[in-house]
Design a protein around this ligand. Structure first.
Ligand code: NAP
Length: 252
């Protein structure tokens, strides 16, 4: 049976994989949650929106005759990743995760690790600081519990709702950003503290490198636990190797 891939997307890695899969002529569809308004053009067909939980994903996989699933979602997109494991286990469809390694603190980094956004919000019960918040649009409202700070936000799209922070500025930009850009940004806004998810990879790293250069402290939010077993690779070429050398059913 010819390969018919479902790629769970929304990351730079998924975009890189799409290019490679298209180059080698494998049938595939890219799936997006629909959080971003202006999706970049892709060389593969796409579908947009949630599937409707594990049951909805199972229905989609069966109805679309998907033979393999690649989970190339963001390391914090835990719900989608769990659903993918559960659906593929149930249907015995081979699943591979394309993941990026987390960032590791280097000499010159001043990181305080937190296990959740809620823990970071709690930690911020301190006198007013100028904070760059790099946690994604979905979590900004949680920081309203610490209204004493100035927050600098950088968002892909203009927010479609009123941001519930008292003192903030938002910059709308998709990047890519360089370390030099972000040093200038942190200096211009007199930022004293960075709050970031440990996304890993190169696309979002410039702010971390800039914070190191300026000796700024970082509240680093650790990745959530998946609590599921799955096969993972770190590189697009490993996905192609997996596809051509017999992907194994998770449930077998
Ligand atoms: P999430 O909490 O794991 O997912 C919540 C729900 O959104 C899922 O249960 C699923 O709905 C739907 N969904 C998520 N990813 C999807 C996809 N690729 N295709 C179709 N439906 C999807 O995910 P999230 O953290 O909100 O992230 C949403 C998307 O943004 C992901 O694709 C991720 O790669 C991307 N992203 C996330 C972050 C981040 O920090 N979380 C950063 C950059 C990019 P149903 O249950 O209805 O199927």
């Amino acid at each position: 049976m010819p390969i018919n891939l479902l790629i769970l997307a929304g990351t730079i890695e998924a975009t890189r994989l799409a290019k490679k899969i298209s180059d080698v002529g494998i049938n595939a569809v890219l799936s997006y949650a629909g959080r971003v308004e202006r999706l970049k053009p892709q060389p593969l067909p796409k579908r947009i929106g949630g599937f409707g939980g594990v049951a909805g994903l199972c229905n989609y996989i069966e109805a679309s005759a998907i033979t393999h699933v690649i989970d190339a979602t963001h390391p914090f997109a835990n719900q989608m990743s769990r659903n993918a494991v559960d659906a593929c286990t149930h249907l015995k469809v081979p699943l591979l995760a394309l993941t990026r390694p987390p960032w590791i603190a280097q000499r010159g980094d001043f990181w305080t690790h937190m296990d959740s956004i809620a823990a970071a919000v709690d930690w911020l019960k301190i006198p007013a600081r100028r904070v760059m918040l790099a946690v994604g649009r979905m979590h900004i409202h949680e920081f309203a519990l610490q209204p004493q700070h100035f927050y600098l936000l950088r968002l892909v799209d203009p927010p479609a709702y009123d941001i519930p922070l008292l003192d903030f500025e938002s910059i709308i930009s998709r990047g890519p950003f360089t370390k030099e850009d972000d040093i200038a940004l942190l200096q211009n806004y007199k930022i004293e503290l960075l709050v970031s998810k440990n996304s890993g990879g190169t696309g979002a790293r410039s702010k971390i490198d800039a914070a190191r250069s300026l000796g700024l402290p970082v509240i680093m939010i650790n990745r959530p636990e998946l609590n599921r077993e799955r096969q993972e690779v770190k590189d697009v070429s490993e996905v192609l190797h997996w596809l051509s050398h017999g992907a194994k059913d998770l449930g077998v």
